[in-house]
Design a protein around this ligand. Structure first.
Ligand SMILES: [Ca+2]
Length: 209
């Protein structure tokens, strides 16, 4: 009887954990730019950016490369998902700019700034956006950057963006890799999961005697 109850409790805990884990499934398709044809990465909309097999985030083969060249403007790549207002999203990933100099290897300079951004959209109208608090503005080894935000009223989609912002006099190369995005659960649902877990442990102790 004790064994049966223990198995039952473990099965219920497993069923509770499965939907929780789904909340943290990566919402980014092709998050490491490993899938694609030549310079084009599958699932991504790229502008002034290309998929390159130089400087990948080890141990992968490919990353996203963008460049700034004296006023070429913003560059990068984005992909979108459907969301409802009030949804809290997180978006993280690695950014690097080479220090050696040369073709595809110039450090960011002259105000060129690389970061992650989440944009909130309603149909074809951009409502708002939020960018990572920190950004990369010079040579740097692979570093983790993150951004999080809550979808405002009226949102029906969100865009995850790897962006290189530049202006007149900006230059340099930047690489993005190993991205991850997810829905941050509401505190209420975490309390509910915690209460259920405490209840189950109580049940286990009661039947385990
Ligand atoms: Ca990669």
């Amino acid at each position: 009887m004790k064994k049966v109850m223990r198995s039952l409790v473990l099965i219920i805990i497993a069923l509770l954990i499965i939907p929780t884990a789904t909340c943290w499934a990566n919402l980014i398709q092709n998050p490491g730019f490993e899938l694609g044809t030549g310079a084009d990465a599958d699932n991504w909309n790229q502008w002034s950016a290309e998929r390159l097999d130089e400087f990948p985030y080890s141990p992968s083969s490919w990353s996203l490369h963008s460049w700034a060249w004296d006023g070429t403007g913003d560059a990068g790549a984005w992909q979108g998902i459907s969301v409802t207002s009030g949804t809290k999203l997180s978006f993280t990933g690695y950014i690097m700019s080479p220090s050696e100099g040369g073709y595809h290897k110039d450090p960011l300079a002259g105000g060129a700034e690389a970061f992650f951004e989440i944009e909130w959209w309603q149909g074809s109208t951009k409502l708002d956006s939020v960018k990572s608090a920190a950004s990369l503005m010079g040579a740097s080894d692979w570093t983790l950057y993150s951004v999080a935000g809550i979808a405002p009223e009226g949102t029906d989609s969100a865009r995850f963006i790897c962006k290189l912002q530049s202006a007149s006099g900006s230059s340099g190369d930047v690489y993005f890799d190993n991205l991850e995005a997810g829905i941050i659960p509401e505190p209420g649902s975490l309390i509910l999961i915690g209460s259920l877990a405490i209840g189950l442990f109580g049940l286990k102790n009661r039947f385990g005697k």
